[in-house]
Ligand binder design. Sequence first.
Ligand SMILES: CC(C)(COP(=O)(O)OP(=O)(O)OC[C@H]1O[C@@H](n2cnc3c(N)ncnc32)[C@H](O)[C@@H]1OP(=O)(O)O)[C@@H](O)C(=O)NCCC(=O)NCCS
Length: 204
Amino acid sequence: MAQKVIIIGASGHGKVIADIVLESGDDLLGFLDDGKEPGDTVLGFPVLGRVADYARYPEAAFVIAIGSAAVRERIAKTLDGVRWYTAIHPRAQISRLNVEIGAGTVVMANAVVNPGARIGKHCILNTASVVEHDNRLDDYVHVSVGAKLAGTVSVGARTWIGIGAVVSNNVTVCADCMIGAGAVVVRAVKEPGTYVGVPVKKIK
Ligand SMILES: CC(C)(COP(=O)(O)OP(=O)(O)OC[C@H]1O[C@@H](n2cnc3c(N)ncnc32)[C@H](O)[C@@H]1OP(=O)(O)O)[C@@H](O)C(=O)NCCC(=O)NCCS
């Protein structure tokens, strides 16, 4: 049966999630967004109110469309007890073999998730990203557009792997890192921070 879905965050990321909801045959009720006015529309769907208005919609499942992992985490914890919508694009390629995907995670079109991968809650596997076999992604991880994680990679909570970045096989990236656009990670990243380049170096 079609689910009734509300997207929290009406930005560009929210628009892509709206596409997933519709492609999945579910029913998009609208958006909650603290930066917009009730009555605004996004892609023809209504802004229903602010995030704090979520309790008016007990029939809905919610998905958080906000890029910042810290904000996603805060909202996820504040709205504890709601039903989370796990948004998986019908043209994402997800193995049936021992894959786990946490509640509220978003998997966009052409993303690939291979056998044995465990993905946490409220993660983003962006368009055409690759999460290879036996990866471990903690909660709130974002794998950006076209980024690739080779086999048996682990990524800690809230870490953001930038667009087109690559993490080599068997490598661990700790929590709270930003791996820059186009970066290549070939050894363990053990301290939170911002890393760029080939191979990566810490800049912040
Ligand atoms: C890594 C990143 C977060 C740094 O942003 P920032 O903190 O604003 O840093 P700055 O732009 O001030 O750059 C600092 C230095 O790092 C360099 N740098 C920044 N990003 C870089 C990257 N991806 N690769 C190589 N060098 C980079 C800059 O050229 C600058 O060098 P300089 O001091 O010699 O001039 C950002 O550049 C980035 O790569 N973001 C990824 C965005 C993304 O993946 N979006 C995905 C959407 S799906």
